[in-house]
Design a protein around this ligand. Structure first.
Ligand SMILES: [Zn+2]
Length: 270
């Protein structure tokens, strides 16, 4: 039985749990290749050649090669935009960017695994993935005066991810990507890329929670730097607590501000 490289088909991945799509594989005009989203990733099986493949949810983080994904909605994302960008070795980044990365407690291998890119000397772009292995958006952090600090292109939806091989049954919902990266060393994380929980975010959280585990809980940890953000965090927590075990962290310190992981793990009660 031949093994199918699932990276070639991420553009077609279904988004809901147990949803299947049928596409062409080895025989033209015969849509015999079924892609089905399972709780831990996407399974592919071709009823024509018997080939199969699997792309795990863990693959949401490291990206081998580049996978450009067709926009789900018109005008949402142009892969060409990303092709102008290239990987830059961490050591070649400006000092300012390197300091920013280290100040968030992140390391060089996390930078490499993430597949960060740049197309100039004053910014770095982080890939955003709304499905495992799928590149669907980009968050660019600018360090040039007069430029907005953050620029988003494509979709800002990020699916829950983890860097851990044996993650705790906790999903941390953060405001920004760097805090999520820190938490994802120990458990799952999902950055809202802002303070709003969209319907896509909500669906991802529900799907994550529905996976059977020894324990599953969710915690909302936004930046808490203004009364309106705190209110927003409370609203999100309240909404999630209707259907799942969900807590809230109201510290004004963000996950990325913790110098060492021991303290972060304490806060997350892991
Ligand atoms: Zn086939």
């Amino acid at each position: 039985m031949n093994s199918i490289n699932m990276y070639d088909y991420v553009a077609y991945f279904p988004t809901s749990l147990d949803e299947s799509v049928r596409i062409e594989h080895c025989k033209k005009d015969k849509r015999k290749f079924y892609l089905t989203r399972k709780h831990n990733g996407v399974v592919g099986f071709c009823h024509h050649c018997g080939g199969s493949g699997f792309l795990s949810e863990q693959s949401a983080l490291p990206l081998d090669g580049e996978v450009f994904v067709k926009p789900k909605r018109k005008g949402e994302w142009k892969p060409e935009q990303y092709q102008e960008f290239h990987a830059v070795p961490f050591q070649k980044l400006s000092k300012e960017i390197r300091v920013w990365w280290f100040e968030a407690g992140l390391n060089v291998s996390e930078y490499n695994n993430l597949g960060a890119r740049t197309n100039n000397s004053y910014s770095v772009s982080l890939p955003l993935r709304r499905a495992p292995g799928a590149l669907t958006g980009m968050a660019t952090r600018n360090f040039k005066q007069g430029y907005p600090k953050w620029m988003l292109s494509g979709s800002k939806i990020v699916c829950p991810f983890t860097q851990s091989e044996n993650p705790a049954g906790l999903l941390v919902i953060t405001e920004d990507y760097l805090s999520s990266l820190r938490c994802s060393r120990h458990c799952y994380a999902l950055p809202l890329m802002g303070t709003n929980m969209s319907t896509d975010n909500y669906r991802h959280i529900l799907e994550w929670y529905d996976v059977p585990r020894e324990t599953s809980r969710v915690v909302v940890w936004l930046d808490n730097d203004s009364p309106s953000v705190i209110q927003q965090a409370k609203d999100i927590q309240k909404r999630l607590a209707n259907t799942m075990k969900c807590g809230i962290i109201l510290l004004t310190r963000e996950a990325k501000h913790y110098r060492n992981d021991r303290d972060l793990v304490d806060v997350l009660k892991l």
